[in-house]
Design a protein around this ligand. Structure first.
Ligand code: ZN
Length: 341
């Protein structure tokens, strides 16, 4: 009961990449980089185990960015042809690469780190991939002429990757879809269908992480424009509840998502964000337990997995470590209170 997990990423050590930076430059090259990624992955597994995290990840130590880490290994993308594009309904503008030919994988994308992580932990292992809608919101198209068609092609590539990860012994595959609370109509029209294609044929658990973003300025400004209650999920949760995705990950610590909306996810596991990643303040175990208790009014306790709100990659390493420990300790506190069920 109340098994813990994390959204995905953790800060990288300084000897792997520049700390506290999104899209941080690598600190090594060539063989030394491969070795540093490997060492960091082992370290991060150990830190999660020690903190009492039940379903661990590789901490995304081997990729620079949650979308581009996947795109780097896809043929048909011209990374030199960068164009400015409004992202997440123009919340911010980014220079994005362009799809110029039919898309296909150059080969396995995450095999090395997934196999390494699998070999070095007995805990259940979760692996994260970007979702199709978020990918096409992060890349320009000069080939398909139809963004939904392009999304479905990415879904097929994600499916190839996910099947290989499952064969390596990964227990949970999570698709990260921060675009899901921006394009609510599209989620219902084709976003969930794209996720179904990405998860086709998988026997392992599948999750979708939706979120209001890291604590960067564009996101903080956007959140302030959303009013006192964030009700975006009201539109998409009923559709997700009907979907073939097993788990939904969302932020509930210091967020304005009304927790009663969680009741709309009937039948799904809720990866309940109880750790705020937009603040350096480390939660106490009591605060973590209190957030879980509030959610228990709307979600059966058997369906709750305490989790972080989002990735912790941009945080200070020591802050992230403290938050991991608070997550593990808060869930343990509540388990004990509930009689260790
Ligand atoms: Zn997130």
């Amino acid at each position: 009961m109340l098994e813990t997990t994390i959204a995905g990423s953790l800060p990288k050590p300084f000897w792997l990449a520049t700390p506290k930076t999104l899209w941080a430059p690598w600190a090594q090259q060539g063989e030394a980089l491969a070795e540093a990624k490997r060492d960091a992955t082992l370290l991060i597994l150990k830190e999660q185990e020690d903190a009492g995290i039940d379903i661990v990840t590789d901490g995304e130590q081997s990729r620079q960015h949650f979308v581009h880490g996947f795109l780097e290994r896809i043929d048909g993308i011209d990374f030199a042809r960068r164009v400015p594009m409004g992202i997440r309904k123009n919340r911010y503008t980014a220079e994005v690469p362009t799809v110029v030919a039919a898309l296909r994988r150059k080969g396995p994308v995450h095999r090395t780190e997934a196999a390494l992580a699998r070999a070095h932990t007995r805990r259940r292992l979760k692996f994260t991939l970007p979702g199709p809608m978020t990918i096409i919101d992060t890349i320009a198209d000069a080939h398909y002429g139809d963004r939904v068609k392009m999304a479905m092609r990415f879904a097929e590539l994600l499916n190839e990757e996910a099947r290989e990860l499952e064969a390596l012994g990964v227990d949970v595959i999570q698709f990260d879809e921060p675009a899901f609370n921006v394009y609510m109509d599209e989620v219902k029209e084709w976003g969930i269908e794209a996720l179904h294609r990405a998860r086709a044929g998988l026997a392992c658990k599948t999750a979708v992480h939706i979120c209001y973003g890291y604590g960067i300025k564009a996101n903080i400004d956007w959140k302030q424009s959303l009013g006192s209650e964030w009700r975006q999920y009201e539109e998409i949760f009923p559709a997700l509840a009907q979907s073939r995705i097993d788990q939904v990950s969302l932020e509930c610590a210091n967020s304005r998502v009304p927790l009663n909306l969680l009741a709309l996810l009937k039948g799904k596991d809720v990866l309940l964000g109880v750790i705020d990643v937009a603040s350096d303040k480390i939660e106490t175990p009591q605060e973590v337990a209190a957030t879980i208790r509030r959610a228990m009014e709307f979600v059966p306790v058997e369906r709750i997995q305490p989790c972080t709100n989002c990735g912790m990659a941009p945080l200070d390493r020591h802050v992230a470590h403290g938050k991991l420990q608070a997550l593990g300790a808060g869930a343990a506190l509540l388990r004990q209170e509930l009689g260790g069920r």
